[in-house]
Ligand binder design. Structure first.
Ligand SMILES: [Zn+2]
Length: 225
């Protein structure tokens, strides 16, 4: 597969990142069994983080990066960084590399009574120079459910923290239109842009994205009160 190609130095770095991620997953599983109360029981805001693609659906692939793996890495970091936070309960739609239909992701958010839904994706373009970060929302007549506000807050905080090219908030015909809570989809960078891909594959940058997303979620909760 494409992810195993390329210079051996990069492959070695990828394996180290994967080993670290595997350790994080084990830690998550252990911590999961030690938390008897759900977030809703503790009065927390329940946030669904949906790492895009998975299993048979790899998403975009470029420069030794596979989107489904990248999205999952960011989601795990968000989950880990929010552990013990009295304000937030983060729930991931998938914790590993499994195929998950869009309808199942929607159903999960509704079944769990989520307060917010944020999908994590990485972008791709036929033009290798295209780069930047954008937040997508479903096309709607009005912002009755807070999705536009959520997207604006996410975009502002992410651009402020990460200082990458601002592609703005965009409306698209998206599956998240079915969601009954504020919902947005963040495209955190272009895997097809060499400069961005090199940054996106680094753990420190993934951690910065996770930090910025958590700050944005708190921004949105604070202005929604
Ligand atoms: Zn995607």
């Amino acid at each position: 597969m494409i992810k195993h190609e390329g210079p051996s130095v990069k492959v070695g770095a990828m394996f180290r990142v994967r080993r670290l991620l595997a350790a994080l997953v084990i830690l998550l599983l252990l911590l999961g069994t030690a938390l008897p109360l759900s977030g809703a029981d503790r009065g927390q805001i329940r946030v669904i983080i949906d790492p895009g693609h998975g299993g048979e659906d790899s998403g975009a692939v470029a420069f030794n990066l596979v989107e489904k793996e990248f999205n999952l890495a960011i989601a795990h970091l968000i989950y880990l960084k929010a552990l013990g936070d009295p304000q937030l309960e983060i729930i991931l739609t998938r914790r590993k590399d499994v195929t998950l239909a869009l309808n199942e992701r929607i159903a999960m958010a509704h079944r769990l009574g989520a307060d917010l839904y944020i999908a994590i994706h990485a972008n791709a373009s036929p033009n290798p120079r295209t780069q930047g970060l954008e937040t997508l929302i479903a096309e709607r007549a009005a912002d009755g459910d807070g999705s536009l506000k959520l997207a604006q807050v996410l975009q502002k905080r992410l651009i402020g923290e990460l200082e990458v090219l601002d592609r703005g908030v965009r409306e698209q015909a998206l599956f998240i239109s079915k969601l009954k809570m504020p919902a947005a989809l963040v495209e955190v960078g272009f895997l097809t842009n060499k400069e961005e891909a090199n940054r996106l594959k680094k753990l420190y940058w993934q951690a910065r994205i996770a930090d910025a997303l958590l700050k944005a979620i708190k921004d949105f909760i604070n202005i929604s009160r």
